[in-house]
Design a binder for this molecule. Structure first.
Ligand code: IVH
Length: 676
């Protein structure tokens, strides 16, 4: 009896391991999870419980063993039988043309086929599989000698402990990149900060620092991931004959490859790929520092050959650096629309992330304290994608001896009113509200901006001038301006004055969502304005709403509800709204839904990823027309998630919560279907 129980225990353990591995494969390799994370965790717990009963059945490659084994004293040295090469770099099109010419000459072809891949900013690793089992993982080191990091690599969930398929290669050495996804990096640094430990400068350093921890349990808690892109050795199966097929082969045997790699032909297509990847760079959840072009055919690769430690058939085309060093000239305080005092470092101009940067945000007083940045300091600044440039760290070794610690002002630098820390305890605010001219200027700039009332030809400088010489004190006063009055201003001719008056006239006809957005209610952006407009239908209903009704709106939690209520409870805001309406601002008050009886009416919908035929903004507007409520985040209350390409974490969450997921085509089909 006891024996039978043991046998069935062993069978169950085997079946569970296979099930878990299959889910890992769907999740990491196919990028198409079939079960929610919570189910996966449950399977793992079940396996753990069974293994606790039968410790004799625990094997090194069991999915439960990813928690990390015993700490090491040091890493053993590994000699790479096939050296791990590095890549040559190009930074310009001319250099790329030279590379292509050399490849064509070497291979004796007129047009080369390349595999174009993102260049992941992590660290290279070589994994050895014997008969499908992971037996060793080694860092690149100097290319010949690396370090044995097997116990750490085993903790990385996207590195399979066993390959899939019945006939794995007898020997496989696969090379790829270990990296830390950006979200995981930010989370890790938050934790390090809370624990008073050293912060990592960037995801690459964090990945390297994590993989080189002697205690695998520490590495197990670091959010590392892996993509593979090259072969070291392969035996026991037939060899693919080009890079494209090699990547397909990796994927088939359960190794994760990057999904945005693509076969291209000639320099023109290389450049198109480069531009496309540069464009999506900031939306990827991992860092890349360029793209790599590899001659695809292995036979051609052999003909083209190597230069010292790098192949002549591959090239990294680097993106402009995202980090540079420069000097802080002064630290200044900017006063925002809602009075927030934001410190800004005025910099010696420096070329970074593809543009010249002369200002970087320092966020708040706490951040200045943390960095201990001082005027005159040499700093590392970073500009990633469209994100505002920020100061990453101070190079303390280059600090001048007399540099004084920065003292955050206790008063608003514009109106002199007292500054106080807000409820969150981080942001200093000027307490003067709309009697502070800086706040007035910023609120008017927001009011006329493109996504708000979109008044053409009314730039920041002009608004500042109008406020400074007392012509306007609120957004409503804009509508008291006259052509003759305007034409007397500096740099303002008759023609531009007339244009501005007609632009102001045109802006009177707006929509309720735009109007709500233009008011600049703290925490109420474009999406929330749209949701509020479609939930309440009229300005009056919103102005009178209670905290409870506000909180019942998708995406509106207690903080946002509180901000909205506080805004409408302030008399000066109501006066400005009434004055605007008095000056003829209007919007269509008939319900905007063109299909109000449709299936989507009152459904809460979230949009994510890149849709084939419309932008996310267009999709949201269309959904609102259909009577749907558009929300920014997935929750239990979400009815549908509309997912396009690269959907990210929203898709995972929707799957976990059992929210129905639609693509654009299914959404359109649903909208045109009959209501039951
Ligand atoms: S191929 C035979 N492909 O870049 C060539 N490397 O600067 C071996 N890297 O050491 C490298 N993404 O750590 C290759 N798609 C990619 C890559 C990549 C990142 C790293 C790798 C290499 C370094 C060279």
């Amino acid at each position: 009896m006891a024996k039978k129980k043991n046998v069935s225990g062993a069978k169950k353990i085997k079946a569970l391991r296979e099930e878990i591995e299959a889910h890992n494969y769907h999740y990491y390799v196919l990028d198409a999870p079939v079960i929610p994370d919570s189910h996966f965790d449950k399977l793992l717990q079940d396996l753990q419980a069974l293994e606790e009963e039968r410790p004799d059945l625990i094997t090194e490659d069991s999915p439960t063993q990813r928690v990390g084994g015993a700490p090491l004293d040091r890493f053993e040295t590994v000699v790479h039988q096939v050296p791990m090469l590095s890549l040559q770099n190009v930074f310009s099109e001319d250099e790329l043309f030279d590379f292509d010419r050399r490849c064509r000459e070497g291979a004796g072809r007129t047009l080369m086929t390349y595999m174009a891949e993102p260049k992941i900013d992590g660290l290279a690793i070589s994994l050895r599989y014997e008969n499908g089992q992971l037996t060793r993982a080694a860092t690149r080191g100097d290319g010949r000698n690396g370090e044995d990091v097997t116990s750490n690599a085993r903790t990385i969930s996207s590195i399979p402990l066993r390959l899939v398929g019945k006939n794995p290669p007898t020997e496989l050495e696969v090379r790829g990149e270990v990296f830390m996804p950006v979200a995981g990096f930010n989370h890790l640094n938050d934790q390090q900060r809370i624990n008073g430990e050293k912060l990592y400068a960037n995801p690459r350093n964090a990945a390297a620092g994590s993989l080189r921890q002697l205690d695998p349990k520490v590495c197990a808690n670091r959010p590392l991931s892996f993509f593979c892109y090259a072969l070291g050795a392969l035996n026991g199966v037939s060899q693919p004959d080009n890079q494209n097929d090699l990547l397909k082969f990796f994927k088939d045997i359960g190794l994760p490859v990057n999904s945005i790699s693509r076969e291209v032909q000639g320099v023109d297509q290389c450049l198109t790929y480069y531009e496309e990847i540069l464009e999506v760079r900031s939306t990827l959840d991992y860092e890349i520092d360029g793209v790599v072009y590899k001659v695809s055919s292995f036979q051609d690769q052999e003909r083209i050959g190597f230069v010292s430690r790098a192949p002549r058939w591959a090239m990294a085309h680097k993106f402009p650096a995202q980090e540079e060093t420069t000097q802080v000239k002064v630290i200044e305080i900017q006063v925002g629309r809602s009075g927030a005092l934001t410190p800004v470092a005025r910099l010696e101009p420096v070329f970074v992330g593809g543009v010249t940067v002369s200002n970087a945000t320092l966020h708040n007083a706490a951040e200045i304290d943390r960095l201990d940045v001082r005027e005159g300091d040499t700093v590392v600044i970073r500009r990633a994608g469209d994100v505002i440039p920020e100061v990453v760290s101070v190079i303390k070794e280059r600090r001048k001896q007399n540099a004084k610690r920065y003292r955050f002002p206790e008063h608003c630098p514009v109106c002199g009113s007292e500054a106080s820390v807000d409820a969150g305890g981080i942001i200093q605010r000027c307490s003067a509200g709309l009697s502070c001219s800086a706040q007035v200027k910023e609120s008017i700039k927001h009011f006329v901006s493109r996504k708000a009332l979109d008044v053409e030809g009314l730039g920041s400088k002009l608004i500042e001038q109008l406020v400074d010489n007392g012509r306007i004190r609120s957004a409503a006063d804009l509508f008291t301006l006259t052509q003759s009055g305007l034409s007397k201003l500096d740099r303002m001719g008759e023609k531009s004055a007339a244009n501005l008056i007609s632009a102001l006239d045109k802006s009177r006809a707006t929509t309720l969502p735009r109007f709500l957005y233009s008011l600049g209610i703290p925490q109420v952006g474009e999406t929330t304005s749209q949701t509020l407009a479609s939930s309440f239908g009229s300005l009056e209903a919103l102005v009178e709403s209670s905290i409870d009704t506000l909180e019942a709106v998708p995406d509106v939690g207690p903080v946002v509800a509180g901000e909205i209520r506080r805004f409408f409870d302030q008399n000066h805001n109501v006066l400005i709204i009434n004055s605007l309406i008095g000056h003829g601002i209007f919007w269509d008050t008939t319900p905007t839904q063109s299909n109000p009886a449709g299936v989507l009416k009152n459904k809460t919908v979230v949009v994510t990823g890149t849709l084939p035929s419309m932008s996310r903004d267009q999709a949201r507007e269309w959904l609102i027309e259909q009577g749907a409520k558009v929300s920014a985040s997935v929750s239990k209350r979400t009815d549908y998630l509309v997912a396009g390409a690269d959907p990210g974490s929203k898709l995972e969450k929707a799957l976990a919560l059992g929210v129905q997921v639609l693509d654009e085509e299914q959404l359109k089909a649903l909208a045109s279907s009959e209501v039951a």
